[in-house]
Design a binder for this molecule. Sequence first.
Ligand SMILES: [Zn+2]
Length: 115
Amino acid sequence: MTHPYTEGLAAGVVRYQCCAACGAWQPLTRLACRACGGADLHWKDASGSATVFAVTEVSRAPTDAFRELAPYTLVLATLDEGPRVMAHAAPGVRIGDRVRASFMPFGDGTLLRFL
Ligand SMILES: [Zn+2]
């Protein structure tokens, strides 16, 4: 199963959904624009620059696959283009830090990791 967002990560780019009619960015994946209701949504490449909005340390991984990474840092980061994404991050990042996207192969996929 593929998705434009995960395909983007594999290609080394953070993608977000955007409305063709009014240009509004969309949180997550939507079928209609949150601003104008338009159904013509397409995917754009973000610059990869973001600001850390929230940080948490995960010491007990949710799955066996993630256990090898623990403890690890997760963040919610606001892309410069507006959407907020969840991602891994370097240990020690703080709320308000400016970060850049990097892409970490993991299992069959790619994880977004801000540095
Ligand atoms: Zn719109």
